[in-house]
Each structure stands twice: as C-alpha cells, then as structure tokens.
Design a protein around this ligand. Structure first.
Ligand SMILES: Cc1cc2nc3c(=O)[nH]c(=O)nc-3n(C[C@H](O)[C@H](O)[C@H](O)COP(=O)(O)OP(=O)(O)OC[C@H]3O[C@@H](n4cnc5c(N)ncnc54)[C@H](O)[C@@H]3O)c2cc1C
Length: 372
C-alpha cells in the first residue's frame, strides 16, 4: 500500500492550494478528486470570483485577505499565468445596511484606502451603475477579479511539479484511522497516510456523517447578459466589481464584461438542495427576477441573456468558515471555507491548512472557524 504524509480529498479551490503548499514544503501528498479539475460541478467555476478588502462580513478577514493577495501574486509569478485583475470595487446600499456599514467598519479599523460616494458620484465615475437615491457606496481601489479555473489549475500544476501525486476521477469512498494515521479507500485502491485533509466542499458532510455537520448546500445561479448598447461601459477598466444590498440582507453582485457578457448574480437566496440532486436547469422566472435587478441598478446590461451556470454554496450556520480537527480522529482535518465567500481566501487557506498539518498551528487566529 502506497504511503503519504497527507492525503488531500477534493482538489477544488481549497484542496488544490493545500496540496501545493504541502508539496512545496517537501511533504509527500496524494490528492484525490471525484472529477477532473477545474470542473463545473462544485463551487469553483464560472469564470470569475470577487476579491475585496473592506470585508463587510467581519474585520477578522482583512489580515487573511492581505496574505491572500500576496500569495495570488506569488502564484501568478510562479505559474506565469494571469490570475487576478484589479478593477476596484463598490459596496452599494443604504448607509445603515450591513454591507455599507460593515465595509466601512473594516476599512476604518484596518486603515484601508477607501472613499464614500453618493449616487451621483457613482454614476459619474462608473456610468454603468445606477444606485438609488437613498444609497451610498464604499469605493475600495484594490478589489478585483480572480479567474477561478486558472487559479485551481495553477495550484494543481505547481503541486504536481513539487511531487504531489494527483489522482482524478477517483473519489474517496471511505476512510478509517489507526495508530499510524489513516487508511483511505477509493474504487481502485487503498492508500495510507499520516494525516487526512478533507476539502471536499459540498460533499464534506457525507465523508464524516458521524459528526452531523450543520452545513447546508444552497443552489446559486450566475448569469451573463449582453450589454444593451454601449459595451465600453462594462470594460474592466471602466466598470469595477460591484456588490449591492438592495433590501436589508438581500444582495446581488456584478462584474465587468470579461469577454462573455456582464456577469451578475444574487448572493444567497437560493434553494437548499442535496449535493447529489442539484437542479442544473435555470427556470424563466429566475431569469426574470435577476433581470428586474439588472434593469434597476445596471440598466445598460439589460440585453440578451448569453448564458447561465449553476453552482453551490456550502453554508455554515453563521456563514463563517469551518476549519477543525475531527473530534474523534486528530489526524483528520476538515476545511469548509465557503458560505459563498471563500474563493478569494483559497491561497491563504491552503497555506494555513499546510501550516496546521505540518506544525500544528497557523500564524492566523483560526479559532473563530472552529465548531460553535
Ligand atoms: C456562484 C458562486 C459565486 C461565488 N462567488 C465568490 C466570490 O465572488 N468570491 C469569493 O471569494 N468566493 C465566492 N464564492 C465561494 C467560493 O467559490 C467557494 O468558497 C470555494 O470555491 C469553495 O472551494 P472548495 O474547495 O471548498 O470547494 P470546491 O471547489 O467545490 O472543491 C471541492 C472538491 O471536492 C471534490 N470532491 C467531492 N467529494 C469528493 C470525494 N469523495 N473524493 C474526492 N473528491 C471529492 C469535488 O469534486 C470538488 O472538486 C462563490 C461560490 C459560488 C457557488
């Protein structure tokens, strides 16, 4: 039986990054993946992901995102690929809403560069966007776009170049522990490892059913619309990423046109589902609902629907991440940094998971992400 320092199960955003950081430190790594990544069946597809700094969800994410930016730059350098594009970002909503007030709080606490813009200033600087009269915007200049498929691919290619063994189309079926570590099984074989890292995204609860993890899987649809007339309004140099709180705790977001249309989506508000029964077709009433938001806030993007895609959020009850050792098997580490906002952190989470597996601790305080 082949033996490794760490078996990483799930090579999406988090697993690919962890496999890279472990292999770079000379650890022997086996990566197991259900599909052939990057793929469109989990949480890490759809061309673009937002990275932003003035984190409305909680200021504790700001140091993490700073390290993430450094690691994305290093990954671009090492892989020779374009992974990140800075566009700036706007968080738009009522001044007392969680989005604007939370972004301001993080920006002020961490002395981040930012400006507060009124609706007329937003429309003058970014003519594609039309905030309502009672909204304001937090402008942050360092926000931008990550290209998720390329990021996963780059992490995997570099993991492999550092010696990681990556096996695709080979899902973990079960695992057991003993005094020496873990034995993991797939349809084609068994492997031994000192430690096991579970980064299987929406599939994690099924790999540790005894824990009854309180995660929910939420269906999310993203849409690409053709600009109506003046497509230059949506170029990445004229249109930043934009996140809106359109009613208390109701969010939608959009990107500049990166070549396939203007991508927009609602953040949360999707149907709860089972990972094995995800509804992949998109209904006309779903298109009508997003078009309504586009007409109100990004009216020039109200052209033909070019395409759509279905993705999954794996939510924790408080929408913060979940990173903890298995309470009954200390050699098993579980990492579910999703809740719909994990991708930007995958570079730093990969490094932190490697730290936990190699030395037992991370330079970041991850205690907020334990079982609660
Ligand atoms: C529509 C959408 C928009 C988003 N927008 C943003 C954004 O703008 N910014 C941001 O920061 N985050 C965003 N997120 C969240 C972010 O994309 C996720 O947090 C992140 O992709 C989760 O990565 P993961 O590695 O946990 O899961 P995944 O990338 O899904 O990886 C899990 C992997 O495990 C594999 N797997 C499952 N079971 C097994 C098994 N038994 N054996 C082997 N392999 C297995 C799967 O095939 C999959 O490849 C968004 C998510 C969605 C769905």
């Amino acid at each position: 039986m082949n033996s490794y320092d760490v078996v990483v199960v799930g090579l999406g955003a988090m697993g690919s990054a962890a496999a890279f950081h472990l292999a770079r430190r000379g650890r022997t790594v086996l990566g197991l993946e259900r599909f052939t990544p990057p793929h469109a069946f989990g949480s890490s597809h759809g061309e673009t992901r937002i990275i932003r700094e003035a984190y409305f969800e909680h200021p504790l994410y700001v140091p993490l995102v700073h390290r993430a930016y450094q690691l994305w730059a290093e990954l671009e350098q090492a892989s020779g690929r374009d992974l990140l594009r800075i566009t700036g970002g706007l968080m738009i909503g009522r001044p007392d809403g969680v989005l604007v007030s939370g972004a301001r709080r993080s920006a002020e606490l961490h002395a981040l560069p930012h400006e507060i813009l009124n609706p007329a200033e937003v429309a003058a600087r970014f003519p594609a966007l039309r905030p309502a009269d009672d909204m304001v915007a937090v402008w942050e200049p360092r926000a931008g776009i990550l290209y998720p498929e390329a990021c996963v691919d780059a992490h995997l290619a570099l993991a492999r170049s550092h010696g990681a063994m990556l096996r695709f189309e080979e899902p973990l079926t079960h695992w057991r522990s003993d005094d020496d570590g873990v034995i993991v099984a797939t349809a084609t074989g068994e492997y031994r490892a000192r430690q096991l890292l579970l980064t299987a995204g929406s599939w994690i609860p099924s790999l540790v059913p005894e824990l009854n993890l309180p995660f929910t899987v939420e269906r999310q649809v993203v849409y690409w619309f053709a600009p109506r007339a003046d497509s230059s309004l949506f170029g990445p140099s004229r249109c930043p990423i934009h996140l809106w709180e359109t009613a208390p705790r109701e969010f939608f977001y959009g990107f500049p046109d990166c070549g396939n249309g203007v991508k927009v989506a609602v953040h949360h508000g999707g149907e709860f589902t089972d990972v094995n029964r995800l509804r992949r077709e998109v209904a006309p009433d779903e298109v009508a609902a997003i078009r309504e938001l586009v007409r109100r806030f990004v009216p020039e993007a109200d052209g033909a629907l070019q395409s759509s895609a279905v993705c999954m959020y794996t939510n924790t009850p408080d929408e913060h991440f979940w990173i903890e050792r298995h309470p009954g098997h200390a050699q098993v580490l579980i990492a579910s940094p999703c809740s719909g906002h994990g991708f930007k952190f995958s570079s730093v989470i990969g490094e932190a998971l490697a730290d936990l597996l190699v030395s037992g601790h991370s330079r970041f305080d991850l205690s907020e992400f334990r079982r609660r």
